[in-house]
Design a protein around this ligand. Sequence first.
Ligand SMILES: NC(=O)c1ccc[n+]([C@@H]2O[C@H](COP(=O)([O-])OP(=O)(O)OC[C@H]3O[C@@H](n4cnc5c(N)ncnc54)[C@H](OP(=O)(O)O)[C@@H]3O)[C@@H](O)[C@H]2O)c1
Length: 491
Amino acid sequence: MKKTEVPAFDMVVFGATGDLAMRKLIPALFYRCRDGQLPDDGRIIGASRGDLSRDEFIAKVREASDRFIPRKFCEQEAWDRFEARLDYLKVDAKNGDDYAALANVLNEAPDRVRVIYLATGSSLFGPVCEHLKAHGVVTPQTRVVLEKPLGNDLESARAINDRVCSILDEAQVYRIDHYLGKEPVQNLMVLRFGNILFESLWHRKYIDHIQISVAETVGVEGRVEFYDNTGAMRDMVQSHLLQLLCIVAMEPPSSVDPDAVRDEKLKVLRSMRPIEGRDVDTMVVRGQYRKGVVGTEMVPGYRDEERVSSTSSTETFVAMKVMIDNWRWAQVPFYVRTGKRMPRRTSEILVQFKDVPHSLFDRDGRGLQPNQLVIRLQPKEGIRLRVSGKRLGTGMSVRPLELNLGENQRKKQHVPDAYERLLMDAISGNATLFVRRDEMEAAWRWIQPIIDHWEESDDDPYPYVSSTSGPNAAAALLAKDQRAWDEEAEE
Ligand SMILES: NC(=O)c1ccc[n+]([C@@H]2O[C@H](COP(=O)([O-])OP(=O)(O)OC[C@H]3O[C@@H](n4cnc5c(N)ncnc54)[C@H](OP(=O)(O)O)[C@@H]3O)[C@@H](O)[C@H]2O)c1
């Protein structure tokens, strides 16, 4: 990862003992420290309700790091340098009295950048900001990072934003969507706007359709309370999938300044054709997994999971057809899909170009395939362009070729995680890859009629067997347009 200097900082992580902090944030900070990107004046202060000493917190961090940081990257010298930055304070986000100790620690360095990372449920975002303000902790150099999901619908998202923005300027609020920090997503922007080749083909004349898929093999795991009130539409579509759609569909911004990029993403969200009322039933498919065999193990269906009601109508799968009503994308469908208990864990964007207007080769139609650009975010990041080439030999037979447009990573190299990039951006004050309030609310506004329709309906989500590609209705959504989901297996 190219190192850009970051200024002296104090980072306070609320929710520091939680899954996100231990699995993603702490390792990301460790790698940046190991790489020498963190300045000597850079403290990381964990906060949660647990009554832990600094040593006890460090022991927890160490234990988690043994699981989440491969031993070969965790040299003793690098770990010692990292550990020296760590501190811990018991702060109940809702209890004003607990903030005095935090204010004392931060006020030892009043001019430093302060990043307050809220890795907690969004109901705490307002109270934390208010208590920080009351204790004089909010300086012009303070930034607050808010984890998704922010709210549970448009109204609650607005209410949280109102509270946070009554304390902080919008420029100090960093709403994180870690998909935007993924290398291929940034590479897609470079491919689109750094090459005349792609951008000149990037519209309705040459593109047939676009697919955006995020598939997980896991079920609801231990997050039942959260998930059963959330579902795939709120958890994945409102944030990650619509953000990816914006990056694919936006017009070239005039610069990479945060507002220039976010203005263009907002225009996409505002151009998306609303799906309301009965259109929801024809344009959107929701599903819910049933029991099935994953590997060699029989796994329970969603309604059989512990603490899930046997009548729950929470969707674990969504597929939909989105139309963007502007000059560039008129009549080009964006098919968007996400689900749990899918056969493979994969996140990818597929740009399917149109057929050649007249086929000279393979008149029987066997070899000549339309060009595809595949941007894979996981499990193996990369960008590939599928084209047609000539098969070696005397005839004119055609074969598919794949051009790798990403950088080849060396096997022993650590591949930086999206959080590494985004945490450094937050410390440096670069909000380009964070979501602005109006964008986030536009995304909620767009999905709200779909959620409302489902809540008013007596219909259940379509069932699908675990470890299959979702309900048949999802395949039918594309089949009625004479198209199919890209199911190419690649690990
Ligand atoms: N896990 C992920 O991969 C992931 C990914 C994206 C977004 N998120 C979001 O990030 C947030 C945290 O997720 P998580 O999975 O880390 O949850 P988690 O494992 O339940 O951890 C929650 C953390 O918040 C702390 N906490 C709870 N109430 C608190 C309070 N009143 N004051 C101070 N600290 C409090 C908890 O510690 P104490 O109980 O000791 O206070 C714990 O450290 C959630 O909103 C989640 O939706 C998570």
